[in-house]
Ligand binder design. Structure first.
Ligand code: ATP
Length: 336
């Protein structure tokens, strides 16, 4: 144990990952863009801070330092988006999780195939605006955190609204599901073969979550466009009778992944879905790594409280898995 350190990029879920690693007895390294190191110093979660000017270009310059420290890197959403899934394959330092799965997660067509093959319900997609025959959400490629997404009820409305985005670099047209967003945080151990449901969240999105505070007439008068820029996460406890379905969905995604990539999908992952009034989950995305929605649960969630006798965040769960792997001589199995 003392030979290894846990490292991640200072952003997204780094506080939770590093605190969890310390709770499990690891030393920790935070790679920080110079002007973003303050929270990691202030909360005392990092034993070492490595500065880079810009993470996207700087990571490979400091990678040797991580290798020399025997660091195990934990990827998170910002990490993957800064490095890009193509360059993830060039990473040489020890990495928790199978990198090949990121290719399936980041390609909309592959992701859709994976989830459909796993038997999940998905919103319909329309390959051209002419095919629109129900309310749809337009998602721009490469849009950061849902910025600029808009809703259209028919083809005519689509062409009217797309005019505001003349320089867009492509989009997907997806059926708009009326319901509540539910993000399920799973953890699958490839050491024991057990799937855990860690917690749930919903997102706090600007301005989708503020529009209801304005009368419909005022919304029209000032021409407010709905956007889904993520600003934070809100904990959710799910109606208990839905839990069997939630386990079933996670399990089938894991089983399917075993056929897609050498080591499959393991560690933390998230199914992002809309739950409609008939209690059907429509999954619109999978994140094959820790998501920021786990951040409210630094001290564990109502669900982890049933299973663990210590506060078990997802960050700590990752560290515990790595610790178990090291102690049983199976580290190689969790690296990818
Ligand atoms: P991420 O950063 O996770 O990749 P994103 O930019 O791809 O996010 P999405 O998560 O796909 O954006 O969608 C943003 C928000 O739009 C969701 O949180 C949800 O509220 C809403 N949304 C997405 N797809 C649908 C849908 N098919 N029906 C209804 N609402 C949806």
């Amino acid at each position: 144990m003392s030979n290894y350190k846990i490292a991640t990029l200072g952003s997204h879920t780094a506080l939770q990952i590093l605190k969890g690693a310390k709770d499990e007895g690891f030393e920790t390294i935070c790679i920080c863009e110079k002007d973003k190191r303050r929270p990691y110093e202030s909360y005392g979660v990092a034993d070492y801070i490595i500065d880079v000017d810009k993470f996207s270009t700087g990571f490979f310059e400091i990678e040797q330092q991580l290798i020399d420290s025997n660091a195990i890197l934990i990827p998170h959403g910002s990490f993957v988006s800064y490095i890009g899934h193509e360059r993830m394959k060039d990473i040489k330092v020890m990495h928790y999780g199978d990198k090949h799965i990121l290719e399936w997660e980041s390609d909309r067509t592959k992701e859709r195939q994976w989830l459909l093959d796993a038997g999940l319900k998905l919103p319909r997609v329309f390959s051209s605006p002419e095919e629109i025959e129900c309310p749809v959400i337009i998602k721009f490629h490469g849009a950061q955190g849902g910025f600029g997404y808009f809703i259209a009820n028919n083809t005519q409305e689509f062409y009217e609204r797309i005019k505001k985005y003349p320089n867009n670099s492509g989009y997907a047209i997806q059926e708009y599901i009326v319901g509540v967003p539910i993000y399920t945080h799973y953890f699958y151990s490839n050491l024991t073969g057990e799937l855990e449901v860690m917690s749930f969240d919903k997102r706090y999105e600007s301005n989708a979550d503020s529009i209801g505070r304005i009368a419909a007439k005022d919304q029209l008068d000032v021409e407010i466009q709905t956007s889904y820029t993520i600003t934070g996460n809100i904990p959710v406890v799910l109606r208990e009778s839905l839990l069997p379905k939630v386990f079933e969905m996670g399990q089938s995604v894991v089983e399917k992944a075993k056929k897609l990539v050498p080591k499959g999908l393991y560690g933390p992952f998230c199914l992002e879905a809309i739950l409609d009034p008939y209690l059907d989950f429509y999954t619109f995305e999978i994140s094959a790594r820790i998501v920021a929605g786990t951040n409210p649960y630094t001290e564990g969630s109502p669900y982890t409280a049933y299973k663990y006798d210590v506060p078990m965040s997802t960050g700590r769960r990752i560290a515990r898995e790595i610790k178990t792997a090291i102690e049983s001589g199976r580290l190689e199995e969790v690296l990818g």
